[in-house]
Design a protein. Structure first.
Length: 135
């Protein structure tokens, strides 16, 4: 599925005029919802592929979207906190699944704070050989 594939009612890559206002609007929506949800439900935004292409081309857009995704992840964690506070026998399994998902989300989107610390140490030498193949 390419980014130029037609999506009913959406803005196609050739028709998109990337402005600071459009970038800010996409980022604002990312604070509350996932990119997939935005692209599936909001017909006034570019396709997911077009947004991903623009993310790859624009460091500034990447930065504001990264901040928005981070805020979205923090909101999701706060919502899980509320679920944990209201946990009882009837909803314990549901809350457990939400907590597991929140941990997974935090490790990926909030990795500085929540990812397991891994430290790789190396001692000794690494030998590197140049190999030439004649085919």
């Amino acid at each position: 599925h390419s980014s130029s594939a037609k999506r009913k009612g959406c803005l196609m890559p050739a028709a998109i005029k990337w402005t600071a206002e459009l970038e800010a609007e996409i980022a604002r929506r990312l604070v509350n919802r996932s990119l997939l949800s935005i692209c599936q439900q909001d017909k006034d935004v570019p396709s997911r592929g077009a947004i991903n292409e623009h993310l790859a081309e624009s460091e500034a857009f990447w930065a504001i979207c990264a901040r928005a995704r981070r805020l979205h992840a923090l909101q999701r964690l706060e919502n899980v906190e509320v679920d944990v506070d209201t946990c009882n026998e009837d909803n314990a399994n549901s809350v457990r699944v939400k907590v597991d998902f929140a941990k997974w989300l935090a490790e990926r989107l909030l990795s500085r704070e929540y990812a397991p610390n891994q430290k790789v140490e190396h001692s000794g030498e690494i030998a590197v050989k140049r190999v030439i193949c004649n085919l």
